[in-house]
Design a protein around this ligand. Structure first.
Ligand code: GLU
Length: 476
């Protein structure tokens, strides 16, 4: 059974990089009928926040990557937060101690480690722990322990290479002698990422690990621990990183990259999935649903080279997907995402016509919400500059028309009358239409006015014109 996991640290807002890893793991599992697990790696108690944890789960559900097991719904191999798994780690730590692994207490404190680093930098040496506590006399170690000196436990790395076959990178060889002995158990009693990740992947029966290539070297540590524990490792696929447009690591500061920003901007989750898969495929492909993506997915979808996050591209995928939605879908999704207020069912048909008229001006759910609001709102909010656009002649023309037409029905008559009055007053058709458009939509651009007035109805249109006239009077 294929079992993959997404194992984020809840230390910040989830962004495109995290979403990408989650999507790959989800699709890989689902394309082979497997399970997808969410595991929270909160070993860094100071930086981990519940708020981010909740955001991560929300983002996964929004994307359509529903975990089969997670901290909320549980599962057979829980708990699904590392902070709640200490006893399990303790058990494996004892197992590791009994194996051939060499674990040694390290008494170096933060100050000493910093000094070591500075000296290495000064001398142009490789930065990393130099193994000094490994070489301590046994008697000294015993004395320090008896004194109760704070200490961590490090794993002594043998001088050999670790070879493995990566599903993306192919044959990988990592020389352990170029790495420093990793801390397994911290002096505060907490187990470290390198140890927890191995224990959890064993316990949670993870078959495949798809993660960023920044973890490639770590894999050497992990494989060594697997071998000491006499367990089979999962298969690894290390994906080249996605970086920002300047080639730097993506962070929450990379514009448009976080889940919250995307949600706010009205991005569809299908756009995120399609965009990300296209970066691997090297060609644009639109996946209208997670099911479509699952059907199409294979390992070739995982990028081999570095990719640059391009928010513009993501938004262009979004615009295309928005265009492929029916008005009904657009209305439903704008409502579900709270991009607009609820509507009266009696207005539904007209609202759908309204959306249809505006469709080509809509590129996001946010746009859709805005367009729906224009229809629904009782009182449009006009920009001050838009209120000042009206001239005295146009005001008089509009007043004359609404007075004479108020009790009649029909948008066409309203417009005809307006053109007639305008021409009698030597007002250009364009300038009066501009004001009319502003009055009934609050916008300078949009679908043809006859269509809009017809959908709004004469009563509502006249009401809006009156409101506009009043507001512009006050703005003078
Ligand atoms: N918590 C790690 C991270 O966020 C997960 C690494 C892994 O997938 O093993 O990078």
């Amino acid at each position: 059974m294929v079992r993959t996991r997404f194992a984020p640290s809840p230390t910040g807002s989830i962004h495109i990089g995290g979403m990408r890893t989650a999507i790959y793991n989800y699709l890989f599992a689902k394309a082979s009928g497997g399970k997808f697990i969410l595991r929270i790696e909160d070993t860094d108690a100071k930086r981990s926040k519940k708020q981010y944890e909740a955001e991560i789960l929300k983002a996964l559900k929004w994307l359509g990557c529903f975990p089969d097991e997670d901290f909320e719904k549980g599962g057979p191999y829980g708990p699904y937060r590392q902070s709640e798994r200490k006893e399990i780690y303790r058990h494996y730590f004892e197992k590791l101690r009994k194996s051939d692994a060499v674990l040694y207490p390290c008494f170096c404190n933060a100050e000493e480690l910093l000094k070591m680093k500075e000296e290495q930098q000064k001398q142009g040496k490789r930065i990393g722990y130099d193994g000094r506590c490994y070489f301590r006399e046994k008697s000294e170690v015993e004395r320090f322990l008896a004194e109760g000196r704070p200490h961590s436990y490090r794993l002594r790395l043998p001088h050999k290479s670790i070879n493995f076959k990566d599903l993306i990178k192919g044959e990988v060889k990592i020389d352990l002698s170029s790495l420093s002995d990793p801390v397994i158990l911290k002096s505060d009693g907490g187990f470290t990422y390198h140890f927890c990740v191995v224990v959890d992947d064993i316990e949670m029966k993870i078959s495949h690990v798809i993660r960023g290539e920044d973890h490639l070297i770590n894999t050497a540590y992990h494989l060594l621990i697997y071998s000491y524990l006499d367990e089979n490792p999962p298969q690894y696929a290390h994906v080249a990183l996605m970086v920002d447009p300047y080639g730097k690591k993506i962070s929450k500061r990379t514009g448009g990259s976080t889940f919250l920003e995307m949600k706010e901007a009205g991005v569809l989750p299908e756009a995120v999935v399609s965009y990300l898969l296209s970066t691997g495929l090297g060609q644009e492909e639109i996946f209208k649903s997670m099911e479509e993506a699952i059907k199409a997915f294979n390992i070739e979808f995982l990028p081999k080279g570095k990719t640059h996050f391009d928010a513009g591209k993501l938004y262009s995928f979004n615009a295309k997907l928005i265009q492929s939605l029916s008005e009904e879908e657009l209305l439903q999704r704008a409502q579900e995402g709270n991009y607009c207020q609820p509507y009266d069912l009696l207005e539904r048909e007209r609202l759908l016509e309204w959306l249809k008229a505006w469709k080509e001006n809509i590129e996001s759910l946010k746009d859709a919400g805005r367009v729906i609001q224009i229809f629904l709102c009782k009182q449009l909010d006009y920009e001050l500059t838009d209120l000042k656009i009206i001239t005295q002649e146009i005001r008089e023309a509009l007043e004359e028309v609404i007075d004479s037409i108020e009790n009649q029905a029909g948008a066409v008559e309203l417009l005809d009358k307006l053109v007639e009055v305008a021409s009698s007053k030597n007002i250009s058709k364009g300038s009066i239409m501009k004001v009319l458009r502003l009055a009934v939509t609050g916008q300078l651009k949009g679908p043809p006015l006859p269509t809009l007035l017809k959908i709004l109805g004469t009563k509502k249109s006249i009401e809006r014109i009156k409101n506009y006239l009043n507001a512009s009077k006050k703005a003078r």
